[in-house]
Design a protein around this ligand. Structure first.
Ligand code: LMR
Length: 431
């Protein structure tokens, strides 16, 4: 039946109304589906960078994130990295890496952590996969722990890098803490640490920072590491080393692997997360390695296959560029020695800035002791400032740092050290 114009346009209006109603209902359904999702709290470290970037002040200083800067406050690409990239350019296809990542990069990483002539490498006792930097390595391990040792817990030092808590939480591994830092001396609470190791149930998993502890900059001495290792042996604990700063503590990657080597000498099975973010400046390349020392080669083959199984549904296989840069540098004696020189250069600049910050504070007549600035090691100084004092630094002086009082010494330069010292003095001179 033919429709007259008026009824036809009414029908069209009706359809349009119906469509709009459906769209509205759809939008409402969408809104209610995610309506309960609250904004996530800001990350205590990366949130500081966001706030810094949003601040238009010309005086602003970022000593928040642990990322190396040169003496002009600029990010650095190492010469050895530039040269490796030059060699890669044009020679790289874009094929997938295997699930476990680049074999060459893994081989070089293991030599760095376990020693060039390690018997464990020779005997193929180490299960290792390329990981998405140190975070990815820790996360793979945490997931492995959850899957194969579901009744285990992880003991985490107090304090630690804030993301450690997130990693083991999301892997659903229960967390315990152990004593590490002594606030009064701004140093190690060795007695408390040893007590907690002794009191943990036999066979517990412990997260240890291999060197340049983040956030405190406080490392055990070699002698203390030996005692810790001995006690671990007595208690049959498993040490998982996060080695995010190899080379950044002493300037020498070999020396910074000392804690791991002591545990290996003592016959422990260990786990190790390595990162090239800091020591090669490959922050955004997400290049790292997870390794687990097994009882024999057969066990290592099984463990590696399971680590790959965990990686596959998460990200399938790791990215290729950073791993090529790493393996080219570590595999070429000339590039490797250039890298060692550049790591030392970065560590030395930080050590120089520690001295300068302390001298500036003392020069201002600060009544407080600032010895810990030079006693602590690595990228961070755990200043002892309170969250309120840090808030004043940010609000009054545009100085950005984490609220736990951690100063990233890598962000301190000859140009800003006096300004920083003056501001710290101002906020700390009165209670
Ligand atoms: C830091 O501690 O500042 C760095 O390890 C960067 C990060 O991812 O938190």
């Amino acid at each position: 039946m033919a429709m007259c114009w008026s009824s036809r346009s009414a029908a069209i209006r009706g359809r349009a109304h119906l469509a709009a109603t459906h769209a509205g209902a759809g939008a409402r359904a969408m809104a209610s589906l995610f309506g309960h999702v609250e904004p996530a709290p800001k990350d205590p470290i990366l949130g500081v960078t966001e706030a810094f970037l949003a601040d238009p002040s010309p005086d602003k200083v970022n000593v928040g994130v642990g990322a190396y800067r040169d003496d002009n406050g600029k990010p650095v690409v190492l010469d050895c990295v530039r040269e490796a990239e030059r060699r890669i350019a044009g020679n790289l296809n874009m094929e997938y890496l295997p699930m476990g990542g680049s074999i060459k990069m893994i081989e070089e990483s293991l030599k760095l952590a376990y020693g060039e002539d390690s018997e464990f490498i020779r005997d193929k006792r180490i299960a290792a996969v390329q990981a998405l930097s140190g975070t990815g390595a820790c996360r793979l391990f945490a997931d492995f722990q959850r899957r194969f040792l579901p009744d285990s817990q992880i003991y985490i030092p107090t304090p630690t890098w804030s993301n450690h808590h997130n990693i083991w939480r999301d892997a659903q591994v229960p967390q315990r803490t152990f004593t590490y830092y002594h606030p009064e001396s701004r140093g190690l609470d060795f007695a408390g640490l040893m007590d907690d190791i002794k009191n943990a149930p036999n066979g517990s998993f412990f997260l240890l920072h291999a060197c340049a502890h983040n956030p405190t900059g406080v490392d055990p001495t070699e002698e203390q590491w030996r005692e810790i290792s001995y006690q671990f042996k007595v208690k049959n604990h498993f040490p998982f080393f996060d080695m995010a700063y190899q080379g950044f503590a002493s300037g020498d990657p070999e020396r910074d692997a000392k804690a791991i080597r002591i545990f290996l000498e003592d016959g422990h099975q260990i786990g190790c997360a390595q990162s090239y973010a800091k020591n090669m400046g490959l922050y955004g390349q997400r290049a790292g390695c997870l390794s687990i020392l097994c009882e024999d080669e057969m066990q290592a083959v099984s463990v590696k296959s399971q680590l790959q199984q965990i990686a596959r549904p998460m990200y399938s296989n790791p990215p290729v560029h950073g791993s090529l840069v790493v393996s080219i540098i570590l595999n070429d004696p000339e590039l490797k020695s250039l890298w060692l020189k550049e790591v030392k250069g970065m560590a030395d600049r930080i050590i120089g800035m520690r001295k300068a910050l302390r001298e500036n504070l003392e020069g201002l007549g600060s009544p407080l002791s600032w010895d810990h600035i030079t006693n602590q090691i690595g990228m961070f100084c755990y200043s002892g400032m309170t969250p309120e004092q840090v808030d004043r630094l940010t609000n009054e002086y545009h100085i950005y740092m984490t609220r736990n009082g951690r100063i990233s010494m890598a962000g301190v330069t000859t140009g800003n050290v006096a300004y920083l010292a003056n501001a710290i003095h101002e906020v700390t001179k009165t209670k």
